[in-house]
Design a protein around this ligand. Structure first.
Ligand code: FAD
Ligand code: NAP
Length: 557
């Protein structure tokens, strides 16, 4: 920054309870945001409701939890030393290892001293006169900050279903997204799992090995592909380490979902059934999320999509011995990939075990939880422990739990009552100086999240640096820019098969939540370019201003 420029942002560095930036959440987003802000010489305070860092990987400790983007890519890229030195053990690292990695990052970059754990942010109110935020936390304290960054996570608000009688169940109840820190041993127990999304599909095979009896309650069958997880060889690690610059660049700029992979050149219907079978077969054997990238039109063309869906349905019929069970496990109500595809280890084969039963609760909905089981379709199922793999109030759930008040005292929940509205997923009009990391309207959950997190953090940090250098202290998305971005996000989604599914991307898993396709599906490369162009044009679509002298004086008195 030129010495002559007013340093408006760091004026709060020296005052107790005043910060340039408050960051909410200490997952991968909050941690990296703190690191970048420190590098700019800004004062920042992170509040985290959990007792340690890691976010998703702190909370989701259920058996079988691991990433579904390969670890050599599901990792920070901002420090070459870090990516060269960290030794991932498996293709998809298990949760304890990812949590160790988060802790390593916190220690290596000395982050903990600016993070206050066991503290929820309850309220954030914008002061239009002082042009800053007052942030109230669960310890009853209020701090002031010129900027607030919501690093609250897209899948951080575990959803407890409102089953009648749940509170009266006398056995153990667990939610996959809120798993205890102490080991849970199901040995010899009759266990029930409700939910067959990614969390259920990862945990069911492991629980089945321990439990005397496992009953899985499935409402909607999901598509799952084998992970083919395995220890990483030294050669595999070395390949990434030697080529990280190019691999990361391609993931950021050329891939739609931030995952470096082999890109398809053809549409599914351009090949013969035999050729398709061979290609799908090869991807199936390779394992992992890239199955739906076998062809370039699976997300766009229903007939093309059907060929991939049929392939998976056929594999399910092959793996599962009982044809009735196989039929129940075959998804038939949504295009493959329009709900997050699951990546599993032995999921379908688990239903061949004699101690595992699948119950269809679409045909026979759960009526109530009983003290020792549940009743569905008039039938009682008895068990000792209940695992709720029922998912999250995704993308907006954790933000909605904070009482956020912007201009004129309007709450963000009021503004988003008909669905979230943002400009670039980064800011919402009427809420100045409030950033959201991987918010609705950005590629976010459709991508390798660490790629999207780093992009947002870097953009926000660069923006604050620009404001400081330009003597600006207030920034807000304009209504027009936001409206046209929301239109664009909807329009791009409409051209795909995604809105056809009742997915959490659409808010469809939460009763009463508006049905809006929340993430931006234009691809991370395209999106990054749009964000960069906006910045290059002096943050086009954002109103930026300098505090008037009288306001500045009032603010600092
Ligand atoms: P989070 O990790 O969710 O962290 C947000 C933090 O904010 C949490 O610790 C929360 O406690 C805190 N917080 C929220 N509200 C408040 C408040 N009011 N006050 C204080 N603290 C608050 N993505 C991938 O790309 N690849 C994967 O393989 C992958 N696997 C996943 C597996 C599971 C089981 C789940 C649930 C998600 C997975 N995801 C994956 C998505 C994952 O959420 C992101 O990859 C990433 O970890 C998100 O980081 P974050 O910092 O944005 O949010
Ligand atoms: P989810 O995909 O939303 O799945 C929730 C499951 O619970 C669904 O099967 C749902 O059925 C069922 N359910 C919810 N309420 C129910 C009710 N009242 N009665 C019966 N069934 C009910 O949640 P998730 O599995 O936790 O996954 C969420 C996301 O987190 C994933 O999509 C993924 O992005 C991420 N994740 C990733 C991994 C990984 O592999 N790395 C692992 C876990 C999670 P319906 O479909 O019928 O609603």
């Amino acid at each position: 920054m030129p010495a002559s420029q007013p340093n408006t942002l760091s004026k709060r560095a020296s005052k107790a309870g005043e910060y340039d930036v408050v960051i909410v959440g200490a997952g991968f987003a909050g941690m990296y945001m703190l690191h970048r802000l420190r590098g700019l010489g800004l004062s920042a305070r992170v509040f985290e409701q959990g007792s340690d860092v890691g976010g998703t990987w702190y909370w989701n400790r259920y058996p079988g939890a691991r990433c579904d983007v390969e670890s050599m890519q599901y990792s920070y890229s901002f420090s070459d030393e870090l990516q060269q030195e960290w030794e991932w053990s498996e293709r998809y690292a298990p949760q304890p290892e990812i949590l160790r990695y988060a802790n390593h990052v916190a220690d290596r970059f000395d982050l903990r001293s600016d993070i206050q754990f066991d503290t929820r942010v309850e309220r954030a109110v914008f002061d239009e006169r002082a042009r800053d935020w007052s942030v109230t936390t669960s310890d009853g304290k209020t701090v002031r900050a010129q900027f607030v960054v919501l690093a609250t996570g897209c899948l951080s608000n575990a959803r407890m279903p409102d089953f009648k009688g749940l509170a009266d169940f006398t056995g153990e109840v667990y939610h996959t997204g809120h798993w205890p820190h102490e080991p849970v041993d199901f040995t010899g127990k009759r266990v029930a799992v409700i939910g067959t999304g990614s969390s259920g599909i990862q945990s069911i095979p492991i629980i089945a090995e321990q439990a005397s009896q496992l009953t899985v309650f499935q409402r909607t069958a999901n598509f799952s592909v084998p992970a083919r997880n395995a220890p990483l060889s030294a050669e595999e690690r070395d390949f990434f380490r030697a080529n990280y610059d190019e691999i990361r660049r391609m993931a950021r700029e050329e891939m739609r979902n931030g995952i470096y992979q082999e890109l398809p050149e053809k549409g599914a219907l351009e090949e013969t059934p035999e050729q398709r079978q061979a290609r799908y077969g090869a991807r199936w054997e390779k394992g992992g999320l890239t199955f739906t990238a076998t062809y370039n039109n699976i997300a766009l063309d229903k007939a093309a999509n059907d060929t991939a869906a049929d392939f998976v349905r056929d594999r399910i019929a092959e793996i599962v011995d009982d044809p009735e069970v196989a039929k129940l496990l075959q998804p038939n109500d949504h295009p493959i990939g329009s709900k997050r595809i699951c990546v599993d280890t032995d999921y379908y084969a688990t239903y061949n075990r004699p101690n595992v039963t699948l119950v269809d609760v679409k045909a026979d909905p759960i009526e109530e939880i009983l003290p020792n089981g549940l009743k569905a379709g008039g039938k009682v199922h008895a068990f000792d422990a209940l695992v709720l793999a029922t998912g999250f109030d995704a993308m907006t759930g954790s933000v909605a739990k904070i009482d956020i008040r912007g201009r004129g005292g309007r709450t963000l929940n009021e503004k988003w009552a008909a669905g979230p509205r943002t400009y670039l997923g980064l800011m919402s009009e009427g809420f100045p100086n409030l950033f959201i990391i991987t918010g609705p309207g950005s590629p976010s959950v459709l991508s390798n999240m660490i790629v999207s997190i780093e992009q947002h953090v870097d953009w926000i940090a660069d923006c604050l640096d620009y404001m400081r250098a330009s003597g600006l202290d207030c920034m807000e998305a304009s209504r027009a820019a936001e409206d046209s971005w929301v239109d664009h996000v909807n329009e791009v989604a409409r051209d795909t098969l995604f809105p056809q599914a009742n997915s959490w991307y659409m808010g469809a898993n939460i009763p009463g939540k508006p049905r809006i396709f929340m993430p931006y599906i234009g691809g991370v490369g395209v999106y990054r370019q749009i964000c960069n162009d906006v910045a290059a044009k002096g943050y086009e679509g954002f109103a930026m201003s300098e505090a008037a002298p009288v306001q500045r004086a009032a603010a600092s008195s």
